[in-house]
Design a protein around this ligand. Structure first.
Ligand code: S5P
Length: 475
């Protein structure tokens, strides 16, 4: 392979794909060397040679690669050639801004769980690769490897490794320069300048949507509170940390006295009490007042799981008006983003004149059998959540987002894993926490228990233990 690489290095120099002088990189750094592999498309033979050598890395892959994704734009032709030559399908991640609604972010045909390898021309900070990986993962693809032409040795490798991506590169910049010295393309003085520059300039990791490059599952809630843009998420993170509980009690009972009785018992041990007020037969404003008193006394938040799902105008009225006047008392509400971002605007409008902190959880993925919340619906919901300061978190079953400032709420939790006869599916507390749950919803696991307090404590403890273990894992 050394011979081919040396030849490729000379080719790059001859076609002007590598230049020496003073340049500014994509992430704003000054550099004495500039590599622009876009010119390769004017040299099909070199492009083909490069693709062939790059694909040799696949021989050592630990998993069977069934999809290939080139990072736009420079790596796209390389990925296309590899796809054609290896007869492995390719996916493309759109580069344009994430407009929610109509456009698919990932083009191609694939099943969740398929292994996809990333093809990239150059890594500096690793941010382009990471953005692509995050979007592919949101679609359910497994991504653990990136095949790269040149590693500029400025931190990208480590950043990606820290995020679970192993990079295999044909050249480090040092190796590329050495080949060029050996082939008399550049002199040693230039090589020295470049190597000095590399040693003194690590590249910061920048991601276009400003998402920090951290694994949220490893951060504690206090740290994540500081990374959140949403006031309710901050409040909830701190509350969970303070009370050492991630339990959200689904008080799905039809008589409000029974809900209040349960809240008396559960109050000290829960972070959130979740209601469905439209199932309460004797609903009145008295219920709200008494529940709010208990919330204050025991330091928990109230979530009305209304799952708003209509056009913004309707939602703004449903939120604020009617007999429930939800906006007046619910700290948090849930919403299906099915109607588009107007729903969030509608909720915002419903809060006019209300000064207390309020937050929304968007339902990205449901727990029940046959739910239609799959694929791009989930990733589009995540994009919507990230774009709005109203959104405190996302309701989902899997670790579907990386933004540490958002809270993952996961329902469908029970100590015994059986479902119900209407399609509800359950996972154990440990399983949901390992799948990213920050806050876990338990309903019948508690409401139907003979000894409610001991059930509450059991769920609380198991969930908290699993969270502590999760954040203490180093990889
Ligand atoms: O996907 C979902 C979303 C929600 S919010 N699946 C759910 O089960 N829920 C709610 O969580 C549901 O409305 C109910 O209030 C609670 C689960 O109750 P359990 O009795 O099955 O634990």
């Amino acid at each position: 392979m050394e011979k081919e690489l040396k030849e490729l290095a000379s080719d790059f120099f001859d076609i002007g794909a590598i230049k020496f002088g003073e340049f500014i990189t994509k992430v704003g750094l000054k550099t004495p060397v500039y590599i622009d592999l876009r010119v390769l498309i004017a040299h099909p033979k070199i492009l083909q040679k490069l693709s062939k050598v790059l694909w040799l890395f696949s021989k050592d892959s630990t998993s069977k690669i069934t999809q290939i994704c080139g990072v736009p734009y420079t790596a796209l032709p390389i990925a296309s050639i590899i796809s054609v030559e290896s007869n492995i399908p390719m996916v493309i991640r759109r580069k344009e801004e994430k407009a929610y609604g109509t456009k698919k972010l990932i083009e191609g045909q694939f099943e969740p769980g398929e292994h996809c390898v990333i093809i990239e021309d150059i890594i500096t900070s690793g941010s382009s690769v990471l953005e692509t990986v995050n979007d592919l993962k949101n679609e359910g693809l497994k991504v653990t490897e990136a095949f790269v032409v040149v590693d500029r040795e400025q931190g990208g490798l480590k950043h990606l490794h820290d995020n679970g991506i192993e990079v295999k590169s044909l050249f480090t910049l040092t190796k590329l320069i050495n080949f060029l010295v050996e082939s008399d393309k550049i002199n040693k003085e230039v090589a020295k300048q470049v190597s000095f520059y590399l040693k003194s300039t690590p590249a910061p990791l920048k991601i276009s949507n400003q998402e920090p490059s951290v694994d949220r599952l490893k951060l504690n809630f206090a740290t994540r509170a500081g990374l959140s843009r949403n006031a309710m998420a901050k409040k909830l993170f701190f509350l969970m940390e303070r009370k050492k509980t991630t339990l959200c009690l689904a008080a799905d009972l039809t008589n409000f006295e029974h809900i209040l009785e349960l809240a008396e018992i559960a109050g000290p041990h829960i972070a959130v009490l979740k209601t469905h007020v439209d199932m309460i037969e004797n609903f009145s404003s008295e219920f709200v007042t008494r529940l709010q008193d208990l919330a204050k006394k025991f330091d928990f938040l109230i979530m009305e799981d209304r799952k708003f799902g209509d056009i913004g105008h309707t939602v703004s009225l449903q939120y604020r008006k009617g007999i429930f006047e939800i906006a007046e008392w619910a700290d948090i509400v849930t919403a299906h983003p099915v109607a588009g971002k107007g729903i969030i605007e509608g909720l915002k409008r419903g809060l006019k004149g209300i000064t207390e902190i309020r937050g929304v959880f968007l339902v990205a993925e449901m727990s029940s059998e046959g739910a239609l919340t799959t694929g791009s619906y989930i990733s589009e919901t995540i994009s919507m959540a990230k774009d709005s300061s109203m959104v405190a978190g996302v309701v989902c079953q899997s670790n579907a987002f990386s933004d540490p400032g958002l809270i993952q709420l996961t329902p469908g939790v029970k100590l015994s894993k059986t479902g119900d006869d209407l399609g509800q599916k359950y996972n154990t507390p440990e399983q949901v926490v390992n799948s990213g749950a920050d806050l876990a919803v338990v309903g019948r696991g508690i409401t139907e228990a003979k000894d409610k307090l001991s059930a509450i404590l059991q769920y609380k403890e198991q969930l908290w233990e699993a969270y502590k273990t999760r954040i203490s894992k180093t990889n």
